[in-house]
Design a protein around this ligand. Sequence first.
Ligand code: UD1
Ligand code: CA
Length: 551
Amino acid sequence: MPVSSDVPANRTLEGEPVSAVVILAAGEGRRMHSTRSKLLHEIAGHSMLSYAVDAATALQPEHVVVVVGHLREQVEAHLAEIAPHVTTVVQTEQRGTGHAVQVALEALPELTGDVLVTYGDVPMLTADTLVALVADHRGARTSVSVLTARVADPTGYGRIVRGAGDDVLAIVEDRDASEAQRAIDEINSGIYVFEPQTLREGLAQLRPTNDQGELYLTDVVGLAREAGRDVSAYATQDAWQTEGVNDRVQLARMNAEVNRRTLDRWMRAGVTVVDPGTTWVHGSVDLALDVTLLPGTSLEGATSVAAGATIGPDTTLVDVEVGEGATVVRTHGSLAVIGAGATVGPFAYLRPGTVLGERGKIGAFVETKNATIGDRAKVPHLTYAGDVEIGEDANIGAGVIFANYDGVTKSRSSVGRASFVGSDSTLVAPVVVGDGAYVGAGSTVTGDVASGELAVSRARQRNVPGWVARKRAGTKTAAAAEAAAGVRGAAEPDGSADLPEQTPHVVHAPLSDQTVVAAGAAGPETQQPDPHQPDTHTDPVDPTDTDERES
Ligand code: UD1
Ligand code: CA
């Protein structure tokens, strides 16, 4: 069960529906220095624009309109993907915030209800704040309400000029402000709710009589006052919600702030975060009681972690479901499921379609893809398991490769229940290893292996006596061999009593074809391979080297 977080449930808007939310997003975003639209840069895994669209959509307005301009093809393509319900309106020339709203209204039918204006680059603004702004506006019965905040450094922002009785008289841009006005620390967020008639009349009267020669939406406030209408301001205590992102320094700071809030919320709900400074959790992630996140952990997308599981250090999981009490160490995973009590890593790579059963194991330097690994099954070391089904209680030895790709098509393989695949084997798909079967270490398996059978395919070992002395004379190795012979010679006068029986130095035909040893049958070799032993020896002898025959 995921623990409940203490995020307040979304407040819903009461009364008349909002007619439209206009999201301004045509600006250039020059300070990002990016070929990608500023609006598509991400905060906690989602585009900045998606936050603006989500907050607007939560009010259930009749229209959500995004005003696009710079890099609009990118922005439109993104919106088509994440929010097909929004209308995009093109502002070809960026002639100011007032002009942008004019362009938006021209594209809409006559509006009768409240019109909100927000920005595409203010990601922390919440739907709750928009609801509160509209509620305040309706309560105050004013023609315009502006969302404001008090900030330590108001440089660059429009200032809220209030009269006696705290009425809002005007909004003055930083560059147009007097010395006294610059000292005002209450800033215009650029987020407003307008009574539609006031907005239409104000927009019609805008003139570019300012430092930038633009049509300023802020002037609608002064014009409303001149027309004898009231203007109110709703101040948020959370200045982050009015903060825009103009460059990548601000982007990083905001990402850190969003992450800090997410982690605080989870820690208060019973999750241990050992190092909040290096732990990143997206808003969409679900955590449970007594989950522990170790340093360097990043949980993204639709990831969920069940009670008591430990993730990290240095682990990134995207859309991964982690079961109760599982541990995932130094792992990169996406679109995978990890069963309860399972262990993963260190240094595992779980690609999409990996499903690990309860108390299963995916160990060090293992890569998996489209792999179902049964309960208690183990893939502990250095394996590639792609397009495979591994039965419960099966054991896959070190260095096993499921060769799933022939250069044209991918094929699946399977290993049955409680079967054992010896180390350094390659299973060339498609291949089926039955329940309770063995594959000998070092085998290349190209044919099916039935239940109860042992499959083995590898060259027979041959030892060439005296090879080191002849071919590596004068090396440290030769000296060691000589010393060893001397020790044996001293202990046993005939110098051979303790030696294992020498393999006759006959060149065997290599057992290159797969051999299956059926249950109960005598093997084709006098000496059965021990499938439990990883086969690590290599033969340095060139088979074309005829020298061995001379010895
Ligand atoms: C604006 C406000 C200022 C406020 C600040 C808050 C005006 C005149 N000033 O200033 O009072 O404190 O926001 O951040 O409104 N945009 C368009 N088309 C345009 C111009 C702008 O879509 O022609 C969009 C931009 O993409 C941006 C937003 O409107 O998302 C704000 O524009 P920007 O130029 O950044 O306004 P500021 O000068 O910051
Ligand atoms: Ca701005």
